[in-house]
Design a protein around this ligand. Structure first.
Ligand code: ACO
Ligand code: KIV
Length: 551
């Protein structure tokens, strides 16, 4: 048995709990985004990125639209240091992008950090030390006062070195391991650091509150952030940032609630890469805003390229179920979902609707580079007629009549069930062709011609049946009626021509036509289809197949 007795709640509610954030139900503006892919994401990889890979990731992040990017922990390794020197000396940092670097609050680490930054156009120097009860006791063996002093000493040195190092610098402080820290104590440490930096609205500092290890429900974090937001010194001069991790799987909720509670900025990574279960996924956050009609200020229209770059550079995989990005997140296999999506798509086209409200699809897959033909509906044994019809229509322009669609649906799902596999569009089309278009095994038509006779039509048909040729004819009030009458007499069958429909399979005048015929006998409808550039030929063929299926 697992021993739950060895665990306890290790988080702290703020001294005063307010729930103003609960009263808000939406976020109307994107927060300031900061990508930490090249730092928190990178430090969690089995093989951290090399210089070239970091450069490629940096370019990708810039292209997506990040204006703040934590690019390195410069004191960590030569690669990290060299990366900074490269992007600074090669002038690779766009004017509107500010890079950020992380440093522990230790003198030699801070000094090394500033060496890496010499000549930087604009940088945020991000200072951190752990403030939690556990780390104070077990790691630092220092009192609250001593830990606060550690932060203040770091803040003083950062300020001094910023004044003497070529470049432009802003400052950021994180009370690392915040979730295990008393909230009022974390606030006290942040305010002491701010006392050193003396920020104002023209020279803002960043206070970044991390869920270094996420140990509480997201509303706890929101209450903590609301308390800090309301009690932070120099509030007008501070950008309140959050840095959620995802240990309980609530990183996205942490970030969204925190923004409702007063956070101005969010640090996170693409696809949530990062320590342990990862950092908060910025793609999900941004696309959540987008799906509510809010400009996310980041561009994920080329999602497939971003996935390719991310997987190549990190050696991580994007799950098939990853929000907005996974291979299967726009795909419905199940019948009722497919039916609603297919009808929703038709409704949208018919009404030329500017608003996206297709059932089961929170966003238009095309917005992130996916397509309707292969991504939205796929067919297996859980599928229904709506999905099968959609596949035929999207891929082959075949718009089956309702009754025929139902029959075709059962045919396809049966094949999938028996074969224990998904069916491709081509396999579905081949099934359709074999059953409803090419099914002339019992008898076939070699030739036919029509003559007019006193307002009626005479059909003359040449038929092969069991290796024998027969010539038959009959009168009718139209082409199909005369063919039907000839067959009725020849085959001795009794049925009604109960359904006829046709449409073009393409837009050009030379395009093929498809005709559908339904013959009802003893309450059952027998379907057939014919495809031919000439509509009469297509119709006669459709009847021939329906008769073959009935006979
Ligand atoms: C939550 C986060 O993600 S924080 C970021 C974590 N990222 C990383 O650590 C990746 C990069 N780090 C590194 O490459 C290395 O840790 C280095 C180069 C920075 C430092 O390496 P080392 O000098 O070997 O020290 P190490 O990281 O093991 O830290 C141990 C010492 O630093 C102290 N320390 C750790 N963090 C901090 C901090 N933020 N401020 C002050 N002291 C700190 C520890 O208490 C310990 O002190 P001790 O020597 O008195 O026992
Ligand atoms: C340095 C801080 C912000 C951090 O990465 C964390 O606490 O997760």
């Amino acid at each position: 048995m697992m021993d739950y007795n060895k665990y306890k709640r290790g988080y702290f509610m703020p001294p005063v709990v307010t729930y103003d954030w609960v009263k808000k139900d939406y976020i109307d503006k994107a927060p300031i985004w900061c990508s930490v892919d090249l730092r928190d994401g990178n430090q969690a990889l089995v093989k951290p990125m090399n210089l070239q890979e970091k450069l490629d990731m940096f370019r990708m992040l810039v292209k997506i639209g990040f204006k703040e990017i934590e690019v390195a922990f410069p004191a960590a390794s030569d690669t990290e240091f060299q990366f900074l020197r490269t992007i600074i000396e090669e002038k690779m940092i766009p004017e509107d992008v500010t890079i950020q670097v992380l440093t522990q609050s230790r003198e030699h680490i801070i000094r090394r950090t500033f060496q890496a930054l010499e000549g930087v156009p604009q940088a945020i120097v991000h200072l951190y030390n752990s403030t939690s009860v556990a780390q104070r006791q077990q790691v630092f063996q220092k009192s609250k006062e001593e830990i606060k002093q550690l932060a203040v000493d770091g803040a003083v040195l950062v300020k001094e070195l910023a004044a003497s190092t070529p470049g432009n610098f802003r400052f950021q402080y994180s009370p690392e391991s915040f979730p295990g820290t008393e909230v009022d104590y974390a606030l006290e440490v942040c305010n002491s650091v701010l006392d050193v930096w003396q920020p104002d609205s023209a020279h803002k500092a960043i206070i970044n509150i991390p869920t270094t290890v996420e140990i509480a429900m997201p509303h706890v974090f929101a209450s903590q952030i609301e308390y800090i937001h309301k009690n932070l010194a120099y509030r007008d001069g501070v950008i309140l940032s959050v840095h959620p991790h995802n240990d309980r799987g609530s990183g996205v909720a942490d970030a969204e609630y925190a923004v409702l509670a007063g956070a101005d900025r969010v640090e996170g990574t693409l696809f949530g890469n990062g320590e342990r279960t990862g950092n908060v996924d910025i793609i999900t956050l941004a696309m959540n805003l987008y799906s509510h009609g809010v400009n996310p200020e980041l561009d994920f229209s080329n999602m497939m390229e971003i996935i390719e770059g991310y997987e190549r550079l990190t050696n991580m995989k994007v799950s098939e179920r990853h929000p907005y990005a996974g291979q299967l997140v726009f795909t419905a296999f199940s019948g009722s979902h497919q039916d609603a999506i297919a009808k929703g798509m038709q409704w949208r086209e018919k009404h030329n609707s500017p608003i996206w409200d297709v059932p089961y699809l929170p966003i238009d897959p095309k917005d992130v580079g996916r397509n309707y033909e292969t991504d939205v509906i796929r067919v297996n044994s859980q599928s229904g007629k709506g999905g099968v019809g959609y596949m035929l229509q999207q891929n082959y322009g075949v718009q089956l009549p309702a009754g025929m669609k139902e029959e075709m649906g059962y045919l396809a799902k049966g094949a999938s069930d028996q074969g224990e596999k998904e069916l491709t569009a081509e396999e579905i089309y081949n099934l359709f062709k074999a059953e409803y278009v090419d099914n002339t095994q019992k008898f076939d038509l070699l030739d036919f011609l029509f003559n007019k006779q006193e307002g009626s039509i005479v059909a003359t048909l040449e038929i092969t049946r069991n290796g024998k040729c027969d010539k038959i004819n009959a009168l009718g009030n139209g082409h199909l009626d005369s063919v039907s009458n000839a067959f009725k007499a020849y085959l001795g069958l009794n049925y009604d021509l109960s359904f006829y429909e046709e449409h073009s399979l393409g837009r050009e005048s030379s395009a093929q036509a498809i005709a559908y015929v339904g013959l009802t006998s003893n309450g059952k409808v027998y379907w057939g289809a014919g495809i031919h550039p000439d509509i009469i030929q297509a119709s006669v063929h459709a009847m021939l197949v329906a008769l073959n299926r009935m006979a």
